[in-house]
Design a protein around this ligand. Structure first.
Ligand code: APR
Ligand code: ZN
Length: 274
């Protein structure tokens, strides 16, 4: 199969990434080949589900009150995709580049846990993780196993006709905390909510010392994540982008490689790990 990375791009990557400190910023595009939908664009999640309703706390509460069946359907759709998703060669290439000591960390906007499943250990999750639940009071977290999330989604769909039954299912999967009595919720950042200070400061710390920021599969439209490439550039990092289209920051990247992450990243790993 013809390589998708040109000789010129390969030389650039070899010159700047070999024996360098590379940090990777990922978006929904890296998981698209694992069956997780993008957020934007013609088949994006936000085309089907209004983010003002399904990605804000007020919206979710109001849709539960007025159209609880729609909420059950959204949660079922979302977790059914997540349950089936497996890491693709882009995720596993980043894990290999981490093991080779080239990629120091992955900063992800994704909530699908696929970087961890692929073997990446240094993962900074800016928008949380849909396979983890967090106590609203003391912020204690637990894994929300895929099996359990699928079971919940199926029960929600089965009981989508009755708000009382939905409440019963939700209180079973999001119980009260034994330590502080508050309720658990999915540990993701909704629109209008603050990102975790720890994750954000960890991201800035990584970017302050990296030689190259490899940006994979993000439209770079949502802040503060979209501000990270500008910060890295200010600190002297080179920006290399992998995307099937252009992003809001393609014009400030030192190199843009057009192509699917699942094809381009294994080639980058091939160049740097041999
Ligand atoms: N390989 C590489 N890039 C791809 C691929 C692919 N196979 N398929 C799509 N892309 C690119 C698109 O061109 C687009 O630039 O991935 C990007 C996906 O953009 P979005 O759907 O906007 O996703 P993302 O940038 O991660 O969104 C950021 O917005 O809604 C919030 O919280 C949500 O974390 C998300 C944030
Ligand atoms: Zn608690």
């Amino acid at each position: 199969m013809r390589a998708i990375i040109s000789r010129q791009a390969g030389d650039f990557i070899r010159q700047h990434c070999k024996d360098a400190n590379v940090v990777c910023l990922t978006g929904a595009g890296i998981s698209y080949e694992s069956g997780i939908p993008l957020f934007r664009g013609k088949s994006g999640l936000w085309e089907k589900y209004d983010p003002d309703v399904y990605a804000t706390m007020d919206g979710l509460i109001s849709v539960f009150r007025q159209r609880h069946g729609d909420l059950a359907k959204f949660v079922f759709d979302f977790y059914s995709l997540l349950y089936k998703a497996r890491p693709n060669p882009a995720h596993t290439s980043l894990a290999a580049l981490e093991s080779a000591g080239i990629v120091r960390s992955v900063i992800t906007q994704n909530i699908d846990n696929l970087h961890q499943e692929a073997g990446s250990r240094a993962v900074i999750e800016l928008h949380g993780n849909a396979l983890r639940i967090r106590c609203l009071g003391c912020r204690k977290t637990f894994k929300f196993e895929k099996e359990r999330s699928k079971e919940m989604a199926e029960l929600l769909k089965k009981n989508m006709g009755s708000r009382m039954k939905l409440l019963k299912v939700l209180s079973r999967y999001f119980p009260r905390c034994k330590d502080c009595g508050s309720r658990f919720r999915i540990d993701i950042v909704l629109f209008g909510e603050a990102l975790s200070e720890n994750e954000l400061s960890a991201a800035y710390e990584q970017l302050a010392q990296c030689d190259v920021l490899l940006i994979v599969g993000s439209s770079l439209l949502v802040y503060p994540a979209a501000g990270l490439p500008l910060y890295a550039k200010d600190k002297g990092a080179k920006l290399i982008e992998v995307n099937t289209g252009i992003s809001a920051l393609s014009d400030i990247c030192d190199y843009s490689i057009m192509g699917k992450a699942g094809i381009v990243l294994p080639e980058i790993a091939g160049i740097l790990c041999r």
